[in-house]
Structure formats: structure tokens, C-alpha cells
Design a protein around this ligand. Structure first.
Ligand SMILES: *[C@@H]1O[C@H](CO)[C@@H](O)[C@H](O)[C@H]1NC(C)=O
Ligand SMILES: *[C@@H]1O[C@H](CO)[C@@H](O)[C@H](O)[C@H]1NC(C)=O
Ligand SMILES: *[C@@H]1O[C@H](CO)[C@@H](O)[C@H](O)[C@H]1NC(C)=O
Ligand SMILES: *[C@@H]1O[C@H](CO)[C@@H](O)[C@H](O)[C@H]1NC(C)=O
Ligand SMILES: *[C@@H]1O[C@H](CO)[C@@H](O)[C@H](O)[C@H]1NC(C)=O
Length: 387
């Protein structure tokens, strides 16, 4: 550790001890939590579910009362799969895809931080948020705003953050202890022994589903999202109470007929060898979506039967397809759109946020400010047009 690092750590520790208003500390922004801006053909109306050649013959019957177990993975010893490493198509791939394929069969890792007590009793809404070790300030703001654990009309809300290991050495050295201390204070971090990298986001998805399946038999709904979004819990409640939802509820910023990106410069580039169909199945932007607890349990099963795919949102879409469940698009989920319109005044319009369920993407300080505005005495009689 050099002096600068030491100073940084010192600042962070102070901030956490004082529980100060977040984030004057060094903000290290990670860019791995962004939704995937595919070449889309957005369709406002839902598509008819395609009758699917996919048979799911062995899907077990899930009941509401699965007895909780425990995390049964104790070793992360998994060696590279060299089965296809001599083949031409493999050698023609970019390095990151070769790495991904070599270790794709390594599906489960041990837990570093666990909270098996989190799901005891009846829980109405479990909020799970993808985060990385360095984003202490984002988690801090979320705990103070939309992620606050509370009981509304007798319905319990619980919150969890999902982390892997910091992907570089310096961050591991500086932040792991802080993450552990943060977890000691708040008890809301699940951490697994895999590196937090872009292609490993799918592991975060599958690990959460397995964890949920193991520990959470009595959670009614799950909200899953990024740590840089605005969420209205009030609107989630209103939506869930408005109508009766079946056990296949899956709602978010759904894209139909997104095409895999074939431009190599793009962050979301996918070579033909990894996916050779024209379109992706319908999937929801990972910035935030809502699903029934029962469906989350079925998704765990589907995720175990499919090969991992490097883009987590798309992977979940593939799992839904395997279950023959079509995700539903709802206009109150804005997980793709706003980035393009950085200057749109919607980005600063509290009445717009008040009508939304999820809006992507906000810095911690902006989130705090917007939360304050939205929850103040707003006069939103003027109709705010949706984007
Ligand atoms: C990990 O696996 C390799 C090959 O399967 C084996 O040779 C090695 O002893 C294992 N290491 C540990 C620590 O289990
Ligand atoms: C590699 O191929 C062998 C023989 O086909 C198979 O048994 C094994 O499971 C494969 N390894 C992986 C990691 O898929
Ligand atoms: C995912 O995490 C595992 C375990 O830490 C690591 O070996 C692997 O390289 C990571 N994969 C990618 C694509 O970063
Ligand atoms: C597409 O990929 C699948 C599975 O990897 C393979 O069976 C099929 O032959 C491929 N189709 C084409 C046209 O390359
Ligand atoms: C809200 O604004 C409208 C029009 O600007 C006004 O007529 C109304 O009285 C305001 N309501 C409150 C509660 O301030």
C-alpha cells in the first residue's frame, strides 16, 4: 500500500464510522453494472409467446414449502476445460471469450459472507441489488432511500446486496476488510468467492437464484436491480396490489427481438460461435425487474440446466424461455432509455420519477436529492409525459 492508498482507506473508514452523508470519499466507478444497449427493435406491445421447441420435461414440481437447506459449495477448485482448446473456432476467439469458455463449467463458488437468517418468516418483498466491493457509497444511499428495510401495512421488506470479490489486487487489499466491516454493521451483504467481472455477472445471477432457492421458501416477490438506479417502493406496492398476479409474474424493461451485437468494439459484442441465432429471447434490462418468488425458484432450476451466457440479462431471458414464460414490459421501468437522453429534463423532473418504478441511472448524490424531492410535498397535477 502506498500513502495515497492508505489515505483513501483511512477516509473511507472515517466515513463509515461517522455514517456521514455518504460518498465524499473517493468514488470509484465501475462500469460493469450497466444495462445492455443492444441494437433493439423496441416494441411497445407484447409479442405473442412463441410456441417453443424447447421441451422442459424434467422440471420438478415446486411447492410453497421447500425446507431451507444450506450453501453446499465449499471448494472453488475448478480447472480449465481444455476439451475444445485446440479447435480452430476456439483459437479464433478474443481472449476474454476464450477465458469465459474455458471456465464456463465452473458454476458454483463458496460464500464469503452469508446471511441465512435474512429470509426467516414471511417476507413480502425481497430487494436484491447487484453491487461491487468498492461501491460503499451507493449501498449507503440505497439503505437510506429505497432499500430501507421496513414493514408497510404488515408486509415486510428486506434488502440484500450481491457481491463477488474485487477483480483487481489493490481493490481486494483495500476494500475486502471494509466490506466485512460494512456487513458487520448492516448484515445485508452476500458475497461469493468469484471475481466481480463483466462476464461473471451471470454467476451473480445464478448464485443468487441458488441462494434464494436454498434459504427463502417464504418470499412472495423479488425485486432485483443495480446499485445505481432510482426505485419507487410505493409504486411497486401499488402495482402488486392493483391486480392479482400469477406465479409467473416477471415484469421490467423488456426488449423483444434484440439482436446480438456483432461489432467487435462494442462492450456487448458476442461472436457467432457463442450465439448464432438472429435474435435474443425477450429479456428484461438488468437495471431492475420484479418477479414472483415462485418463478425465481423455477428460474434456479432453468439456470442449472442451461449453459452460462456471458450477458446476465440475456441469460435470464434464456432461462425464462426455457420455462416458457414471457416477461412483461411495463413503462414504469426505465432501465435502458435515459442514458441516451442525458440532457432530457426528465432526468431532473421529480414528477417523472414519482410515476416510475425504476429509473436508470443516478449517482449516489443525485439519488439522495431525487429521493428527497419525490418524497416532499410535490404538486404533480401537471401530467408528465412518458418518454
Ligand atoms: C484442485 O484440483 C486439481 C485437479 O483436479 C487437483 O490436482 C488439486 O489437488 C486440487 N486442489 C485442491 C486444493 O483441492
Ligand atoms: C470434456 O470432454 C469429456 C469427454 O467428452 C467429458 O467427459 C467432460 O465432461 C468434458 N469436460 C467438461 C469440463 O465439459
Ligand atoms: C470469474 O470468476 C472466477 C473465480 O474467481 C475466475 O476464475 C474467472 O476468471 C472469472 N471469469 C471472468 C470471465 O472474469
Ligand atoms: C448454431 O449453434 C448450435 C449450438 O451451438 C449448433 O448446433 C448449430 O449447428 C449452429 N448453427 C449454425 C447455422 O451454425
Ligand atoms: C397544484 O398546482 C395546481 C396548478 O398549478 C393548483 O391549481 C393546485 O392548487 C396545486 N395544488 C396544491 C396542493 O398545491
Amino acid at each position: 500500500m502506498n500513502n495515497r492508498d492508505r489515505w483513501r482507506v483511512y477516509k473511507r473508514v472515517c466515513a463509515m464510522f461517522l455514517l456521514a452523508v455518504v460518498a465524499v470519499t473517493v468514488v470509484q466507478r465501475s462500469s460493469i453494472n450497466m444495462g445492455a444497449p443492444f441494437e433493439l427493435e423496441r416494441q411497445a406491445r407484447m409479442q405473442k409467446p412463441q410456441t417453443n421447441a424447447w421441451a422442459t420435461p424434467e422440471e420438478p414440481k415446486f411447492t410453497d414449502n421447500i425446507s431451507p437447506g444450506s450453501w453446499d459449495i465449499t471448494s472453488s477448485n475448478c480447472s480449465a476445460n481444455l476439451n475444445f482448446s485446440s479447435q480452430a473456432w476456439f483459437q479464433g476467439l478474443e481472449e476474454n471469450f476464450r477465458q469465459f469458455l474455458l471456465y464456463r463449467h465452473c458454476r458454483f463458488f463458496p460464500m464469503i459472507l452469508n446471511h441465512q437468517e435474512k429470509c426467516t418468516g414471511e417476507i413480502y418483498l425481497l430487494m436484491v441489488i447487484k453491487s461491487v466491493a468498492t461501491q460503499h457509497d451507493r449501498r449507503e444511499v440505497i439503505r437510506k432511500t429505497w432499500g430501507k428495510e421496513q414493514v408497510i401495512n404488515g408486509k415486510r421488506i428486506k434488502t440484500l446486496f450481491l457481491l463477488g470479490k474485487p477483480s483487481n489486487e489493490a481493490e481486494r487489499a483495500n476494500h475486502q476488510k471494509l466490506v466485512e466491516y460494512e456487513d458487520y454493521i448492516y448484515g445485508d451483504i452476500l458475497q461469493w468467492d468469484f471475481l466481480d467481472s463483466f462476464f461473471n455477472l451471470t454467476l451473480k445471477e445464478t448464485h443468487f437464484l441458488k441462494w434464494f432457492h436454498t434459504y427463502c421458501p417464504r418470499v412472495q416477490y423479488v425485486f432485483k436491480g443495480d446499485d445505481d438506479v432510482f426505485v419507487s417502493v410505493e409504486n411497486i406496492f401499488e402495482f402488486l396490489q392493483d391486480s392479482s398476479h400469477d406465479k409467473n409474474l416477471f415484469i421490467g424493461d423488456v426488449i423483444f427481438k434484440a439482436k446480438p451485437i456483432r461489432k467487435k468494439e462494442n462492450k456487448y459484442y458476442i461472436p457467432q460461435a457463442l450465439y448464432n441465432k438472429t435474435y435474443y429471447p425477450p429479456y428484461a434490462g438488468g437495471g431492475g425487474f420484479l418477479m414472483h418468488g415462485m418463478l425465481a425458484r423455477r428460474l434456479h432450476w432453468a439456470a442449472e440446466t442451461l449453459e452460462l451466457y456471458p450477458i446476465d440479462d440475456v441469460f435470464l431471458g434464456m432461462c425464462l424461455e426455457a420455462l416458457q414464460v414471457t416477461p412483461v414490459k411495463h413503462n414504469a421501468f426505465k432501465t435502458f432509455g435515459l442514458v441516451k437522453n442525458k440532457n432530457s429534463k426528465m432526468n431532473r423532473e421529480p414528477c417523472f420519477f414519482k410515476n416510475m418504478i425504476v429509473v436508470h441511472k443516478l449517482l449516489p448524490s443525485d439519488l439522495m436529492h431525487m429521493w428527497y424531492l419525490v418524497n416532499s410535498d410535490l404538486n404533480c397535477s401537471k401530467k408528465v409525459e412518458l418518454l
